[in-house]
Ligand binder design. Structure first.
Ligand SMILES: Cc1ncc(COP(=O)(O)O)c(C=O)c1O
Length: 468
C-alpha cells in the first residue's frame, strides 16, 4: 500500500543537506502534525467559491455553508460511531482547547476526583488540575498503563470519582490503552470517561459505542492537524444532555436564543458551545479528510502502518547502542508507529539535528509535552530532576533530558524507514560531517556555517496581483 504516498501534499519536496546536495524530504514527525491530503486542498479550494458565514445569512452561499457545516458534523460523528440523537459534535480549535472547554463546563464539587494517567500529554493533564482532586494511574516499567493500579484508584475513590480521562494512545511510546476495558471499570464506578484520541484516531478505527453499552465512551476529543487536515479545527464529542444542562464556558454571538439586558436564554448545543463565527473551512477540511480515510479503509491504513512499524522496530532493535523506550514486543496491533529512542552518549537534540541537516529527515526530540511520562521512562530521579529543573528555570535547556521520536503516517514507506535506519547506523558509528553548535537557550543543535534559507522553499509576505 505504498501508494498512499501520492495522496499527501509535499511528498516531492527536495531539501538541501550540508554536503550541498539536495534530497527528498522525509517527514517522520506525524505524531505532531500531518501534512494535508491533496483532496482536502482541492475541496477547500472548491468550497471557497461558495463559502459564507453560517446560520442566519439569507444568501445562497450562506445556505450552502450552513448545510455543509452541519454535514461536516455528521461525517465527524460517523467516524467514531457517535449517534447525533444523543451526542453533540462541537468544533473547537484543537484538542487542547476541546479539553479545556470540557474542564470548564464540568461541574466539580470540592472533593470530586478525576483520574488521569502518568502517560498523558500535558493537554490532558493540566486543564484538570485545580478543577478537581486529580489522581494519576501509574505506568509499568515498560511504559504501559498499570490496570491493577487503575482498578485500585477507582475502588478507593468510588463515590467521589466523577471522570476518568485517558489517552487512546501515547504520543511518546505509541502504546494503545484498552479504552473499552477502562470504560467498563469507569462506568461500574458511576463515573464518566473522556478519551483523548489525538494520537489514536489517525491510525485505528474507533467506535465510541451506544450509551447502553457499559463499554461506551462518554466524551472523545481529537484534532484535525493530525488527521491530514491541518486547518485549525479540533473536536469535542459528548452527550447532548450534558452540554445542554451546563452553562457554556465561552459566551457571545451564536450561543443564545434570546438576550435581554438582564437575562439570557442559551441556545441548544452545539451552537450553545460554539461562540463566535465558526471555522467552517476547517470543518470542511476535516470532514473531507475523514471521508477520504473511510474510503481508504481504516483497516487498510492500520495494516499498512503495522507493517511499517514492525519493520522499523525490528531493524531499530538490531542497531547497536540504541535504547527504545516502552513496549517493543511482537504485537504490533497493540501499538502505533510512534517510537522514541536514544543513542547512547549522544544528546537527543544532536541526533535530531544530524537527521535533519545530513539526511533530510524530520523527527522530534525532547519530552513531547509529556514530562512526567518521559522522566519516568528515562529513570530520572529526584536529584537529576532538581538539577535540570534549576537549569531550565535559569533559561538553560542544554542538559534537558529527552528522547528522539519517530512517528509514522499512512503515507510513509519502507524507503523512508530505510533512509532513517541508514542514517542511524552511521550516527551510531560516529559518522557525521557537521560540526554542531548547541544553542543553550533552547537546547537545539545546528551545524556551523550553515546557510539554509527557508525563502528558497516558500516565499511569503510579498504577494503580488495574479495576472489574468
Ligand atoms: C495525546 C495528545 N493529546 C493532546 C495533544 C494536543 O493536541 P493539540 O495540539 O491539537 O491541541 C497532543 C498533541 O501532540 C497529543 O499527542
Amino acid at each position: 500500500m505504498d501508494c498512499f504516498n501520492s495522496m499527501v501534499a509535499g511528498q516531492d519536496l527536495e531539501v538541501p543537506i550540508i554536503n550541498s546536495k539536495h534530497i527528498r524530504y522525509v517527514n517522520l514527525d506525524n505524531a505532531a502534525s500531518t501534512p494535508p491530503f491533496k483532496i482536502v486542498l482541492d475541496k477547500i479550494n472548491e468550497f471557497s467559491g461558495v463559502y459564507s458565514n453560517v446560520h442566519r445569512g439569507s444568501g445562497l452561499k450562506s445556505y450552502i455553508s450552513t448545510n455543509v457545516y452541519q454535514k461536516a458534523r455528521e461525517i465527524v460523528a460517523s467516524f467514531v460511531g457517535a449517534d447525533l440523537n444523543d451526542k453533540a459534535v462541537i468544533f473547537a480549535k484543537n484538542t487542547t482547547e476541546a479539553i479545556n472547554r470540557l474542564s470548564n463546563i464540568f461541574c466539580f464539587k470540592d472533593d470530586d476526583v478525576v483520574i488521569a494517567s502518568q502517560m498523558e500529554h500535558h493537554s490532558n493533564d493540566l486543564p484538570w488540575r485545580k478543577k478537581a482532586v486529580i489522581k494519576y494511574v501509574n505506568i509499568t516499567g515498560n511504559g504501559e498503563l498499570d490496570i491493577e493500579h487503575f482498578n485500585n484508584l477507582v475502588n478507593k475513590h468510588k463515590g467521589d470519582l466523577k471522570l476518568v480521562t485517558i489517552t487512546g494512545a501515547s504520543n511518546v511510546t505509541g502504546y494503545i490503552n484498552p479504552i473499552h476495558e477502562i470504560a467498563k471499570i469507569t462506568h461500574n464506578a458511576g463515573a464518566k470517561l473522556l478519551v483523548d484520541a489525538s494520537q489514536l484516531i489517525p491510525h485505528r478505527e474507533i467506535n465510541i459505542k451506544s450509551v447502553n453499552d457499559i463499554e461506551h465512551i462518554d466524551f472523545i476529543v481529537f484534532t484535525a492537524h493530525k488527521l491530514y487536515a491541518p486547518f485549525g479545527v479540533g473536536v469535542l464529542i459528548g452527550p447532548r444532555d450534558f452540554f445542554n444542562a451546563a452553562e457554556p464556558d465561552h459566551t457571545g454571538g451564536g450561543t443564545a436564543k434570546i438576550v435581554t439586558l438582564d437575562n439570557v436564554y442559551w441556545g441548544d448545543t452545539p451552537e450553545r458551545n460554539e461562540a463566535g463565527t465558526p471555522n467552517v473551512i476547517g470543518a470542511v477540511a476535516l470532514a473531507t479528510a475523514i471521508s477520504f480515510m473511510q474510503r481508504l479503509g481504516m483497516r487498510n491504513i492500520e495494516k499498512h502502518e503495522v507493517k511499517l512499524t514492525q519493520y522499523l522496530i525490528n531493524c531499530l532493535k538490531r542497531l547497536k547502542n540504541i535504547k527504545i523506550y516502552g513496549e517493543t514486543g511482537d504485537d504490533y496491533y497493540k501499538r502505533l508507529g510512534v517510537v522514541s529512542f536514544n543513542i547512547e552518549n549522544m544528546p537527543h537534540g544532536l541526533v535530531a539535528a544530524i537527521l535533519s541537516y545530513e539526511y533530510g529527515i524530520g523527527v522530534r526530540s525532547g519530552c513531547f509535552c509529556a514530562h512526567p511520562y518521559v522522566l519516568k521512562l528515562l529513570n530520572i530521579d529526584k536529584i537529576g530532576f532538581e538539577k535540570y529543573k534549576n537549569q531550565v528555570l535559569n533559561r538553560d535547556k542544554s542538559q534537558v533530558p529527552g528522547m528522539v521520536r519517530v512517528s509514522l503516517g499512512l503515507y510513509n514507506t519502507i524507503a523512508d524507514i530505510d533512509r532513517l535506519l541508514n542514517a542511524l547506523d552511521n550516527i551510531v558509528e560516529g559518522n557525521y560531517f557537521g560540526t554542531y553548535m548547541l544553542n543553550r537557550k533552547d537546547g537545539s543543535y545546528a551545524p556551523k556555517n550553515c546557510d539554509f534559507n527557508e525563502c528558497d522553499f516558500f516565499t511569503f509576505g510579498n504577494e503580488t496581483v495574479r495576472e489574468k
